[in-house]
Design a binder for this molecule. Structure first.
Ligand code: DC
Length: 235
């Protein structure tokens, strides 16, 4: 990574927000960027996934927005650094792997569309990022959660490339899926996430769009580090 002439002591209160559609590279980019710059990583998708996992486990009717929102307000979601890796904790339990199953993925868009679920999660995200020094990623971090973020990025990639990446992620978890199935799943989630009533996925007018289709993770991170460098030198 090209961190040369970047004065990391100036990053204390910076807020970097990264949004984009499913499997556009947000998670890996945000995670690695946060660790390289010594910032806290906020994975907002993991929070909606945790609410979904909790509802499924407890037998809460996922079509009942009020019941799901009640549960969302009651559960405790936190991030914990274990051995340099960011782990998602739900009521004190490490659920980092459980929130990535196809069953959770299938239901999460519906739950993330509920207004009161979003209100509970956004309130928590603002608390986590309150003092700055964070990299947040999701669908509405540049528009709703941190509209005044110092750096705003919108990551995109072709649906075929994103499906390939998701298939590899699934394989790493020991779950076999076809490329076609991933393309259908991504199209369905993109459509649900960008057409919903509350906080739909959209590019903020002042976000920098980066197409990651032909970029390596290091190249993606370098593009954002360049934006950070420009921002600091213009302060
Ligand atoms: O990024 P991901 O695949 O882990 O996100 C899971 C789901 O959560 C995704 O379908 C959309 C939703 N989400 C959201 O609505 N708002 C966010 N800020 C982050 C994720």
């Amino acid at each position: 990574m090209n961190k040369q002439d970047l004065d990391t002591s100036q990053l204390g209160s910076i807020v970097i927000a990264i949004d984009g559609p499913a499997a556009s590279g947000k998670t890996t980019t945000a995670k690695n960027l946060a660790s390289a710059l010594g910032l806290t990583y906020i994975d907002t998708g993991a929070m909606y996934r945790s609410v979904t996992l909790h509802a499924l486990r407890r037998g809460i009717d996922v079509d009942d927005a009020d019941a799901v929102a009640d549960a969302a307000r009651q559960i405790d979601i936190a991030f914990k650094n274990i051995g340099g890796e960011n782990h998602t904790m739900l009521n004190g339990e490490d659920v980092s792997l459980d929130i990535r199953t196809p069953e959770v993925t299938r239901h999460v868009s519906k739950i993330a569309a509920y207004k009161d679920v979003r209100l509970a999660m956004v309130t928590h995200q603002i608390e986590l990022g309150g003092r700055g020094g964070v990299v947040a990623e999701g669908r509405d971090t540049t528009t709703v959660v941190f509209p005044d973020a110092d750096i705003k990025v919108f990551l995109t990639a072709t649906v075929e490339e994103r499906a390939k990446r998701r298939q590899m992620d699934m394989e790493a978890l020991g779950i076999e899926t076809s490329l076609q199935q991933q393309i259908e799943d991504i199209n369905r989630r993109d459509s649900a996430d960008s057409t919903r009533e509350h906080s739909p996925l959209r590019k903020a007018h002042d976000a920098v769009e980066i197409d990651t289709t032909n970029l390596s993770i290091d190249e993606q991170i370098d593009r954002i580090v360049d934006l950070v460098r420009d921002k600091l030198s213009n302060q």
